[in-house]
Design a protein around this ligand. Structure first.
Ligand code: NAD
Length: 372
């Protein structure tokens, strides 16, 4: 089996962290015996500088031809003054649209070794947290009809969903739930919104079809509270574009570490886009200080959701766990506790790659040159 992966390092720390994710994928490919070819393409500020466009046609073509897309991050103060359609972020939205990526999957996971980084009380997070938010990405109020009255005294945005849009999102959410703890919570505002009532009716049909998955329903305001009060009750949360936007940021905050969180944007037509949730962190760019684990865990999502290589994805997650258990940290997740060793971007990538290669249960050692 041979795969082509389009890589978009992007701007700021994007290139720093994507290099480490590529390192890990190469090691995994070697061990597992599959072929992988990386095609590096431009997007965001780097593409604006080189071509004048945040998303050159050649990038779209290369991504469409690939089995999966691995993205770092785009943007930075250098390009902030450009008009909206020429800013780096326009590249990101254009890429999602071009790949038909209608579902955004964001795990919010606290590794047991990092519970100290969580802002919630230890008795609430227990031994860790692992939930997945599946957000509809290309419909709803962000794309609905909008307007402003002639006198500027009224404005409106429209939440509109079709059954087909809801069904394709739920299909992905149920399939994800089936591979996890088999619990799915559909979050809506069905006590007020017609569009939510359509979500609920559609999900009730799915609940019968996926009877092995325990389906529940929750209003979005309650969900926002429950994520703080008892986040461990959730396994998979499926919801609309705007609700998912808000809830996934809330869920990522309770993990306490932006440098640890991956994401996947997938559809059924084009290849999926796999990227850390963090931005380009211009303050850390090129300094070997960014945490590459979110990008490495995005590579794990690429393997499971993009290439259907679940065993290899699990091996990467296990390697990350074992590196954390051995006390290795990047600066953003270090607490100064005894037994911690702080590593830079490259050393952390090397450590995960080595943990994959070696026996997972042996404590990997950093080389003298990479220890900080
Ligand atoms: P950011 O995520 O880049 O940074 C927020 C804070 O987290 C900073 O203090 C940063 O140093 C830190 N941080 C982020 N990633 C880290 C990592 N891997 N390791 C250690 N620390 C890390 O968000 P921001 O500062 O709001 O945005 C910076 C730029 O990134 C902006 O131009 C923004 O538009 C862009 N952005 C891009 C994406 C994307 O490409 N998907 C997402 C968000 C923001």
């Amino acid at each position: 089996m041979r795969y082509t992966i389009a890589t978009i390092p992007g701007d700021g720390i994007g290139p720093d962290v994507v290099s480490e994710a590529v390192r890990v994928l190469r090691v995994m490919a070697k061990i597992s015996g599959f072929g992988v070819q990386f095609t590096e393409v431009l997007m965001g500020g780097a593409a604006i500088d080189a071509t004048g466009s945040p998303l050159p046609e050649s990038t779209i073509e290369a991504c469409r031809a690939a089995d999966a897309v691995l993205l770092g991050a785009v943007g930075g103060p250098r390009w902030d003054g450009l008009p909206g359609n020429l800013r780096p972020e326009a590249g990101l939205l254009g890429l999602r649209a071009a790949m038909g990526a209608y579902a955004n999957l964001r795990p919010a996971r606290i590794f047991p070794e990092l519970t100290a980084a969580c802002p919630l009380k230890p008795e609430i997070v227990g031994e860790g947290l692992d939930l997945l938010i599946v957000r509809e990405l290309t419909g709803g109020i962000y794309f609905g009809e909008r307007g402003t009255s002639p006198n500027g005294e009224a404005a409106w945005d429209t939440e509109r969903y079709t059954r087909a849009e809801i069904e394709r999102l739920l299909e992905i959410a149920y399939r994800a739930a089936r591979t996890r703890k088999k619990k799915l919570c559909v979050v809506d505002k069905a006590n007020v919104l017609e569009s939510s009532r359509l979500w609920r009716r559609t999900a009730q049909e799915f609940a019968k079809r996926y009877s092995e998955v325990e389906t529940s329903f929750m209003y979005v305001d309650n969900c926002a509270m429950q994520l703080i009060r008892n986040p461990r009750q959730f396994d998979v949360v499926a919801t609309s574009n705007m609700f998912g936007d808000i809830l996934s940021d809330e869920a990522s905050m309770i993990t306490g570490s932006i440098g640890m969180l991956p994401s996947a944007s997938i559809g059924s037509a084009g290849p999926g886009i796999f990227e850390p949730i963090h931005g380009s962190a211009p303050d850390l760019a090129g300094k070997d200080q960014a945490n590459p684990l979110a990008a490495i865990l995005s590579a794990a999502m690429l393997l499971s959701y993009g290439l259907k290589r679940e065993a290899e994805a699990a091996a990467i997650e296990l390697a990350v766990s074992s590196v954390l258990a051995a006390g290795y940290r990047c600066a953003d997740i270090a607490t100064g506790a005894p037994g911690e060793t702080v590593l830079g971007t490259r050393a952390m990538g090397e450590m995960v790659a080595r943990a994959i290669e070696e026996d997972m249960h042996e404590k990997p050692q950093p080389s003298a040159s990479t220890r900080r």
